[in-house]
Write a protein that binds this ligand. Structure first.
Ligand code: ADP
Ligand code: MG
Length: 470
């Protein structure tokens, strides 16, 4: 086997264990320079590759090399900055590992269960095993374990509360998955308060409340996320109370999350809140420094990247607001690393942290009650947003409920209200004759999403600038 074929065979083997993106990054412009007296010498195009290869890939490279040529006993590395695409010794990796078709958004984020019950998909990324236990969330984790083992038995309802990005959704989804793993015949519904409200409104509008009520009778475990959004929606509160009671009386497990403890929710003048308190109430807070470091290390392992310990310590030390922010910074560090091929340092990381803190502050930039900019019409706003998302205006105004159409529509509604000061009725009318409650929900959904989704925040800010309505 000539060196080039040998190297291709080895890389093909490696690709089964290493993510494609890493193969492209770290094996591009590399080559087997020689195989001599049992030593296979690999040429690397840049010095920074050296550390990376010796630390991460040397062992498996040797393993696969041996499988193709048993005489090889050792791998050695040599930096050769002349290695490039044009070099005949180099393999065109993109030809052998073409980019997979870009991932489409999943068509369905929901599953239909028995009797027309709908649950949102449970994300396999979330499990009780990969939740890092810290003193600040130990009790919440333990209660989640207990509930997953014996749903409906001990802690019912289980109420988990805490600020944004501290692991509530992670725990709730893990509970659902664990219950299903133990007994796949169980009907487990995980939903958000928003989804529940939408469904309820549909029920009311189609005068089909009985169907709505009946279907929840078949549920064994009902998990509802972010119940704080139910506040001040009286009809939803009443209906939820009803659903809650019938499930509770039938001994079904209920799991609820919220950004604050039950007594601060004062739902239905306390009637619903006191129901929540009748089971087990636990909180999640920001994990301590050591646990934050463990979270970061686990994430690096998951992503198969090696990041200097000092850098991880620096992130863990500086990000103390939410786990989501912690992981967000790490992801940016990794992204920069992969793009620029330079190992992250404390200095480069501090730049990223500074930037991300600024972006968080940008939330203040989207004010909810600015002076209205009536100079821009609803029609023009619709044009700006459709163009921004390169989606036909007719689609935005139409009936489709795919994410591609829904999101631009929600942005228009949100900006029409908060920036242009139009009434809900007027906005609904202009956007394909929609009901004012639909508009209201779209706006409150946007407000939630803007708090959690940095990309959306950037997009929305860009649209605001483009339309000249800041
Ligand atoms: P919340 O629902 O409280 O806003 P999430 O559950 O969405 O927060 O958590 C935000 C991110 O942080 C998720 O990616 C989640 O997996 C991660 N996360 C939060 N807490 C932990 C933890 N203790 N261990 C591991 N990952 C965590
Ligand atoms: Mg959540």
């Amino acid at each position: 086997m000539n060196p080039k074929d040998l190297w291709l065979a080895i890389i093909k083997d490696l690709e089964k264990d290493i993510k494609r993106a890493n193969v492209i990054t770290w094996f591009r412009n590399t080559a087997v320079l020689s195989v001599d007296k049992g030593v296979m010498t690999i040429g690397l195009p840049l010095p920074v590759f050296l550390n990376w290869h010796t630390q991460n890939y040397a062992d498996i490279t040797l393993k696969f090399a041996k499988s193709h040529n048993p005489e090889i006993k050792q791998v050695a590395y040599d930096v050769d900055i002349t290695l490039s695409d044009a070099d005949p010794r180099v393999i065109d990796l993109l030809q052998y590992f073409p980019e997979k078709e870009s991932r489409k958004l999943p068509k369905k984020a929901e599953v239909k269960l028995k009797g027309g019950v709908v649950s949102k998909m449970l994300n396999p990324r979330y499990s009780l095993d990969n939740f890092v236990i810290a003193p600040e969330n130990r009790l919440a984790h333990a209660a989640s374990m207990a509930v997953s083992k014996d749903p409906g038995e001990n802690y019912n309802p289980l109420f988990i509360y805490g600020g944004v990005g501290l692991g509530k959704t992670h725990l709730l989804q893990s509970i659902g998955r664990e219950i299903l793993r133990n007994d796949p015949s169980k009907v487990v519904v995980y939903t958000t308060t928003e989804e529940f409200t939408n469904e309820l409104i549909e029920g009311i509008q189609s005068r089909n409340m009985n169907r709505f009520r009946n279907k929840y009778r078949k549920v064994d475990t009902f998990i509802i996320d972010d119940i704080q959004f139910i506040a001040n929606k009286n009809r939803t509160e009443e209906e939820f109370f009803h659903t809650f009671n019938s499930l509770y009386e039938a001994g079904k497990q209920l799991v609820i999350s919220s950004d604050r403890p039950p007594h601060e929710l004062t739902l239905l003048s306390g009637r619903l809140s006191s129901r929540f308190e009748s089971g087990m109430t636990v909180d999640v807070k920001m994990p301590d420094y050591e646990s934050r470091l463990v979270i970061l290390k686990n994430k690096c392992q998951e992503a198969q990247v090696f990041i200097n310990e000092q850098v991880l310590e620096f992130i863990a030390f500086n990000i103390d607001t939410s786990v989501r922010a912690l992981i967000g910074v790490l992801n940016q560090v990794i992204a920069q690393y992969e793009l620029e091929h330079t190992a992250p340092t404390v200095k480069s990381t501090s730049e990223i942290i500074k930037r991300s803190k600024k972006e968080v502050k940008m939330i203040g930039f989207i004010k909810d009650d600015p002076t209205p900019h009536r100079a821009v019409t609803l029609d023009q706003l619709t044009d700006y947003v459709s163009e921004y998302y390169t989606i036909p205006k007719s689609e935005v105004l139409g009936e489709s409920r795919t994410r591609e159409c829904l999101l631009p529509r929600q942005i228009i509604m949100y900006l029409a209200k908060t920036r242009l000061g139009f009434s809900l009725a007027k906005i609904g009318q202009a956007l394909g004759n929609r009901n004012h409650t639909t508009v209201m929900h779209a706006i409150s959904k946007m407000q939630t999403m803007l708090r959690n989704d940095r990309q959306l925040l950037c997009d929305t800010n860009a649209i605001i600038k483009e339309a000249g309505i800041h």
